[in-house]
Design a protein around this ligand. Structure first.
Ligand SMILES: NC(=O)C1=CN([C@@H]2O[C@H](COP(=O)(O)OP(=O)(O)OC[C@H]3O[C@@H](n4cnc5c(N)ncnc54)[C@H](O)[C@@H]3O)[C@@H](O)[C@H]2O)C=CC1
Ligand SMILES: O=C(O)CCC(=O)C(=O)O
Length: 528
């Protein structure tokens, strides 16, 4: 059956053809994002959800989205998606980080001119027949200082355009390297200096706990008197009431806002001020940008749903369509090795080390690591998944250590997992042969060769004659068929392992019987 995608916001129609060509059934309901009850009623039937900013993906909606595998945001900011809840449910969230950057930067520049020359107010006055030539005395942009708070994709484009307008550009961005600042021809400054020097302050950061209200009352008080403020990033970056007071007092000469703390903004403390220019979150709204992001998100979502490729996911490493089929059997291997170790771990796991060898060095090992961690933690946390595993491990203080090295041993590719608890370390290694099936090839340094099956017995025993027969009679007497049996030992008469794949679940009394065999030191039933 073809995967189904619901488009619940006003996405450019250009995307629909891409979904169809790529074998994805698409349901285009551009106003559904504004009707949360109707969306909640049907979301369970879709594998993908394509949105812009109107659809709010809440934990409640995700709970009903039982088939959802991917959310595609045709745009940059994913703040309308509850990322922790999506991650916890294993839903990939992807965006289009560049498709609307130029358009949004152009909007910020347009807003700067609108403020400098009071174009919206002058337009209204002129069309009202007032001809108020003396009222609208503007400000020349050339030679003025623009201060960018945030200088990533959009901030950099604003910087380039502002330099073209012969402005002096300064930027505050803790992650902007001095080399990149030099390459852009701008000056990197701290926030206080930016506020003191800028004639125009333009915001271009995401909304995070660090950037929320970055233009607070205190910071607005540090601005140059007569400053103009532009916000085409996110509403929560400015304390709107504080900005209103600063506009009323005249300290801030003007503000141009495309985004608001609450959207859609039907009421706002800044509305009605003569020196405020507002647009309804139009930063990305050009035909060009909307086609870019719609085509891009349709391609990304289709590639994921039909080929397993992951591009621009904000909660999972990228995997190309070429890599996906190569990774698939190793993801299964990593998850099963992890599950094997996780089912045996007697006490709290505090460290998981994963070593990748051989051909695996060329694959995206981050995805394999996520799968291994999910496997290790699943016996304790049943709702963990490959997407949520790394964040769950970090929340629980489990240290993850990844090593990648060239092949040293007998296998073309080898994954070794070392799971450490307070008292012990458990080693398990596996590979995938040409038949594509994952196999265990060593446990705690003892070599073996066992396929995984849905139910297995893992026993640690002494290497003594007759034990295999005793296993067979105990299981046979209970009517349990042995599918395969794999053995291994460190040396003749030494420590040995037995991996017995069986066709049915093993009753406790049968497992207890195995444990009571004199040669058996430990026996567990494992399920995959
Ligand atoms: N108005 C609209 O329609 C649109 C708004 N946006 C918004 O524009 C903003 C910027 O987008 P991009 O440039 O694509 O993002 P980006 O991720 O490329 O750049 C953001 C920059 O902010 C910097 N930053 C992060 N924390 C900071 C802090 N505490 N102080 C100073 N700088 C900090 C980062 O280092 C980065 O360089 C986002 O909020 C995005 O959602 C994006 C597209 C359209
Ligand atoms: O889709 C839109 O119109 C908003 C774009 C936006 O805010 C973003 O891409 O972050």
């Amino acid at each position: 059956m073809s995967p189904r995608v619901l488009v619940s916001d006003a996405l450019s129609q250009a995307a629909l053809a891409i979904f169809k060509i790529r074998g994805v059934e698409v349901d285009f309901q551009p106003n559904l994002g504004k009707d949360k009850d109707k969306l909640a009623a049907i979301i369970g039937g879709y594998d993908g959800l394509a949105i812009r900013s109107a659809t709010k993906v809440t934990p409640q909606l995700l709970e009903l989205a039982t088939n959802l595998k991917v959310i595609g945001r045709a745009g940059i900011g994913v703040d309308n998606v509850n990322l922790p809840a999506a991650t916890a449910r294993g839903v990939i969230v992807m965006n289009t980080p560049f498709g609307n950057s130029i358009t949004t930067a152009e909007h910020a520049i347009a807003m700067m001119f609108a403020l400098a020359r009071q174009i919206p107010a002058a337009d209204m006055s002129t069309q009202a027949g007032k001809w108020e030539k003396n009222r609208f005395l503007g400000m020349e942009i050339t030679g003025k200082v623009i201060g960018l708070i945030g200088c990533g994709n959009i901030g950099s484009i604003v910087a380039e355009r502002a330099i073209g307008l012969r402005m002096h550009v300064i930027a505050y961005d803790p992650f902007l390297s001095p080399e990149r600042a030099a390459q852009l021809g701008i000056e990197k400054v701290d926030l206080d200096n930016l506020l003191a020097l800028a004639d125009f302050v333009s915001l271009h950061t995401p909304l995070t706990p660090q950037t929320k209200n970055i233009l607070s009352a205190e910071n607005i008080a540090k601005t140059k008197s007569g400053v103009h403020i532009i916000n085409c990033a996110r509403g929560g970056l400015i304390d709107e009431k504080a900005l209103r007071s600063a506009l009323d007092s005249g300290r801030v000469a003007g503000a141009a806002l495309d985004v608001f703390a609450t959207e859609p903004a039907t009421e706002n403390p800044l509305f009605g001020h003569p020196n405020v220019v507002c647009t309804p979150h139009l930063g990305a709204s050009t035909k060009e940008a909307q086609e870019n992001v719609a085509l891009q998100i349709a391609e990304q979502m289709s590639d994921f749903l039909t080929r397993g490729a992951i591009t621009n996911a904000v909660n999972f490493p990228s995997i190309t369509a070429e890599e996906a089929p190569k990774l698939k059997p190793f993801i299964a291997l990593a998850e099963r090795l992890g599950s094997f170790a996780g089912q045996l771990a007697a006490s709290n796991i505090n460290k998981v080390s994963i070593i990748y060898e051989g051909a695996l060095v060329d694959l995206k090992t981050k995805a394999l690591t996520a799968a291994a961690i999910a496997g290790v933690l699943r016996p304790a946390l049943s709702d963990i998944n490959v997407v949520s595993a790394p964040s769950v491990a970090s929340e629980r203080g489990v240290v993850i250590d990844e090593t990648i090295r060239a092949a040293e041993g007998d296998y073309e590719s080898l994954i070794t997992l070392i799971v450490q608890t307070k008292d012990e370390k458990f080693f398990i290694a596996g590979t995938v042969f040409h038949d594509g099936k994952p196999r265990v090839v060593s446990i705690n340094g003892i070599k073996t060769d066992a396929e995984f099956s849905s139910t297995m017995i893992y026993a640690l025993n002494e290497d003594k004659p007759g034990l295999v027969g005793r296993f067979a009679s105990l299981l046979g007497d209970a009517g349990i068929n042995i599918a395969t049996l794999a053995l291994g030992r460190d040396h003749q008469g030494g420590s040995a392992i037995s991996l017995i794949a069986v066709d049915d679940s093993i009753p406790d009394r049968v497992l207890a019987g195995i444990r009571m065999l004199p040669e058996v030191r430990q026996a567990s039933m494992l399920e995959f």
